[in-house]
Design a protein around this ligand. Structure first.
Ligand SMILES: [Zn+2]
Ligand SMILES: [Zn+2]
Length: 389
């Protein structure tokens, strides 16, 4: 469906009322209440805790668990994530995950990506939800696993009553317990809902617009530390789009990704398991390939050897590229050997070959990491030279 026909699709009234009505209600009610009654500390605390609850249920639950199957969760964890996700009012797990899988499969496609960033900020952020879903109701052919999941289907079939129950029940109960029902309803309920909506929407809009592309430039997804802070770790979206099955979005240990910390912490208690990690070799390979691409682009700006130092760097990069290709060939060769070993004979022999191969794989990976570091230095000196010239 083209951008033009999308604007002609009928208005999605429930979506429009929730998404546009809640900010209007908040703008009127919250200042009015603050003026007449003031908010208690408890109401503000409920805002922070419930924001974390609903947002993490979307990132760890809707996104990494149900859309990507990046790990497995025990029933109590699934139940809590389902409740928190319902409380975030972003449609059912089934609908959300089906749309999200389409987004990954057809990322940036104007016709097929349901929230294509190529259609601009407004559309990818919220516009796509204000009108009926492109091509009518989704057929859910891409979520057979979820169609067989009892909890997911229960939430899908009773979505509206569950939304009412969580939206009124959770803040209502907390408010009743701390003696400030209206304060908690407004901050932990209404304001929390609006903020948790927009931080999720940032992932589809801003995370496809601003930031770096260290792993792939084949789509618009970006890595952005600042957005990771607001989006509970989902700001490392460039990594996520190339390796969507990894339970981490911020793959480096120091990258701010509370969702990965939550999933990992739960795994130490046996509440989640089989956390999927992309092998570090594959990650390094993607990173290094991009570094070469950037170096080439930078050098192309200069045309032919304008400066002697730049010519030298150019030669070095060409040499490094040879090493990179060599390393990749070596790796492919090892993979082939591994495959042959698995096909061939007895267990003992496989074990011996495995040990030997593991050792060699390790060496290849080490050389790739060293190369990556050298490349980093070269790019830095290249930038310096370019400034000088
Ligand atoms: Zn995306
Ligand atoms: Zn995703």
């Amino acid at each position: 469906m083209s951008a033009e026909s999308q604007t002609k699709a009928p208005i999605n009234w429930p979506g429009a009322i929730v998404l546009l009505g809640t900010p209007i209600a908040a703008l009127i009610l919250i200042p009015w209440y603050a003026y007449h009654h003031d908010f208690t500390l408890g109401a503000w605390l409920s805002f922070i805790l419930l924001l974390a609850f609903s947002s993490l249920s979307i990132t760890a639950g809707y996104h990494r668990l149900w859309s990507h199957r990046a790990y497995e969760a025990s029933l109590p964890v699934k139940l809590i994530l389902m409740i928190g996700g319902t409380f975030a009012i972003q449609n059912s797990i089934l609908f959300w995950s089906s749309g999200h899988r389409v987004h990954h499969r057809h990322v940036d496609d104007i016709e097929l990506d349901p929230y294509s960033a190529k259609k601009g900020f407004w559309y990818s952020h919220i516009g796509w939800m204000l009108r009926d879903y492109p091509n009518g109701t989704p057929d859910y052919k891409n979520v057979p696993d979820l169609l067989n999941d009892k909890l997911v289907m229960f939430q899908h079939n009773y979505y509206i009553p569950l939304v009412l129950l969580t939206s009124l029940g959770i803040p209502g109960l907390i408010g009743w317990a701390i003696g400030d029902i209206w304060g908690v309803m407004l901050l932990g309920g209404l304001l929390r809902l609006i903020i948790s909506h927009h931080v999720t929407f940032f992932i589809n809009s801003l995370c496809h617009m601003f930031g770096k592309r260290p792993y792939t430039d084949e789509n618009t997804a970006r890595d952005n530390f600042w957005l990771a802070i607001f989006t509970w770790g989902e700001g490392y979206h460039n990594y996520h789009h190339i390796f969507q099955y990894d339970y981490r979005n911020g793959v480096k240990w120091w990258q701010y990704d509370p969702t990965k910390w939550l999933i990992w912490s739960l795994s130490t208690m046996g509440l989640t398991k089989n956390l999927r990690r992309i092998p570090s070799f594959n990650i390094k390979r993607a990173e290094l390939a991009m570094k070469f691409k950037y170096a080439e682009k930078n050098l192309a700006i200069f045309g032919h050897d304008v400066d002697e130092d730049i010519a030298q760097i150019k030669n070095k990069i060409a040499l490094e590229y040879d090493t990179f290709t060599h390393t990749l060939n070596e790796w492919a060769h090892l993979k082939e050997q591994e495959l042959q070993a698995k096909k061939a004979s007895v267990a003992e022999k496989i074990h011996q070959i495995d040990v030997k191969l593991k050792h060699e794989f390790h060496a290849v990976e080490k050389s790739l990491i060293e190369q990556s570091e050298r490349m980093e230095l070269m790019l830095r000196s290249l930038k310096k030279e370019m400034k000088r010239v």
